[in-house]
Design a protein around this ligand. Sequence first.
Ligand SMILES: Nc1nc2c(ncn2[C@@H]2O[C@H](COP(=O)(O)OP(=O)(O)O)[C@@H](O)[C@H]2O)c(=O)[nH]1
Ligand SMILES: [Mg+2]
Length: 316
Amino acid sequence: MAASDLAARVAGGDVRALARAIRMVEDGDPAIDPVIRELRSRAGSGRLLGVTGPPGSGKSTLSDRLIAHWRHDGHRVGVIAVDPSSPFSGGAILGDRVRMQRHATDSGVFIRSMAARGHLGGLASAAREAVRLLDASGRDRTLIETVGVGQSELEVMQLADTVIVVTTPATGDSVQISKAGILEIADIFVVNKADLPGAPKVYRELKDLVRQTKAHAPWVPPVIQVSAQEGTGIDELVADIDKHTESMEGSGELERRRRERVRAEVEAIVVERAARRVRAALDDESMRAALADDPGSVDPYALAERILNTDGAARG
Ligand SMILES: Nc1nc2c(ncn2[C@@H]2O[C@H](COP(=O)(O)OP(=O)(O)O)[C@@H](O)[C@H]2O)c(=O)[nH]1
Ligand SMILES: [Mg+2]
């Protein structure tokens, strides 16, 4: 299918075209580049929510609740769940699927799992492009779920307009949070599983942490007790998401984050293309011959210089 056909179908909300385009992103298929470029002007109106937290904290259950709430309000929803373990692109995470199963037959909800590893240009790049495709296809609310560990997951969260950090009575150790760099990216804290004992303690700890570190910030992250299982606290969460959006629009923070993201995107594109070229250069005949020498006598720096100084690698 020609790029413009695929782009038109995605823009028309065609779910199969959307699935196919996201698959191309995951496969690192360069044929998707013109599609994304063409759709760029159509994207940018939807809101992107990040949900992060430890495995088992209830992110998918919470996402399910948010989806239901937004659908009730007439929004079209996209979900990207990043699988922390599966090395296979497009691998479905059974748990996430089951958790959000009731939306499977709703064409207003598009749920996709994405592998955490194996993306040539990095996970954040693949997620960004997938999210843009969802946005261009008319999803005005997109959720992206990641496990709250690791640099690449943090990078994914930096794509979001609003980041929700999920903790529980079992996992919500505030020391952990201040260490993991999560405090910096959190716009809203959810203490999930508030139906279990210990939730008020975690709530108070987080409140204190926010007071100590964010008291004078333009946006003070709210802490909300939620039971995703029982459906309590969801209205408050949705209201706080809306408040955060309004606050960011008012303060210019939304604009600033989007600008920052374009910069990161340029960097990611350059890195990805450079990596492609380097791999191609390593496969070329003279390089292969050089690499076939006794490994002890190969000078990696000299070979690297050779690639960097080749026109083809620099521009090709
Ligand atoms: N008690 C209780 N259990 C919950 C709640 N939310 C989720 N769970 C359970 O926690 C487990 C993990 O949930 P899941 O949404 O898959 O977590 P994720 O790994 O963060 O996506 C499941 O067994 C859920 O039923 C809650 O509010 N209260
Ligand atoms: Mg999950």
